[in-house]
Design a protein around this ligand. Sequence first.
Ligand SMILES: C[S@@+](CC[C@H](N)C(=O)[O-])C[C@H]1O[C@@H](n2cnc3c(N)ncnc32)[C@H](O)[C@@H]1O
Length: 263
Amino acid sequence: MVNADADFSSRPSSARIYDALLGGSHNFEADREAAKRLLSMIPAAGEMARANRAFLHRAVEFMLDAGVRQFLDIGSGIPTVGNVHEIAQRRFPEARVVYIDIDPVAVAHAGEILRTNPFATVVQADMRFPEAILGHAGVRRLLDLDQPVGLLLVAMLHFVPGDDAYPAVERLLAGLPAGSYIAISHGVSETAADAALDGVADLYRRTDVSTATGRTRPEIMRFFGDAVLEPPGLVWVHEWPAGPQGDGDPGDMAVVAAVGRKP
Ligand SMILES: C[S@@+](CC[C@H](N)C(=O)[O-])C[C@H]1O[C@@H](n2cnc3c(N)ncnc32)[C@H](O)[C@@H]1O
């Protein structure tokens, strides 16, 4: 566990609640309490988190197969099993990965892990300020923005209000060349978990991100802009790209996912 001051530990963060759901050890009592409350409202939350990580893994493999060798993982969270640089560098040791997160504990821990990795780094930044991300020296040092990039926005856009999230994603995509890919997973409204949404929003209002907003499928599709969705399109997170995988039951799922290619 990285050092963190009392402010971090007394207020739950979305990154650390997620780490607790995944059974990680980089969380505090307040995060574990919040994870417990979340599970009482959405019993499948842990399963969704695991299904989401598995989607991230498949999306990165898919992009590697398509020739992508550099990744910008925004809202990357606390490093856990199957991080993007592990997946990418296992196949291509010089694959580049930049992690971005708003959470100082997630960033500190990722920094520790990446200290001796010349081709991966982490930057603390808020995705609502995409110019700062695209212009950041660490991003520029590792990523060649004239070559395709895999942009990963996995289980994070539902923590960003629409007025900020839509223009930010549009700007990020505009900054990447044709042939880049974008992967999104997102909490979807109109599901069995909907009844819990008010309680979930209230829970996250007490964290660093202050919101948790499920969106409808058309609202989620809007994030892809002109990008062309790879088959099978926007589906339950555990069904991308080849139908149901693992134990995920669609009835319990409240997360959808897709991968698009910038033309
Ligand atoms: C549920 S975790 C997802 C982690 C990882 N992407 C995954 O799918 O396994 C959401 C992450 O988004 C981060 N986050 C939330 N709002 C953010 C923002 N505005 N800018 C950057 N990161 C943000 C949180 O700190 C957290 O680490």
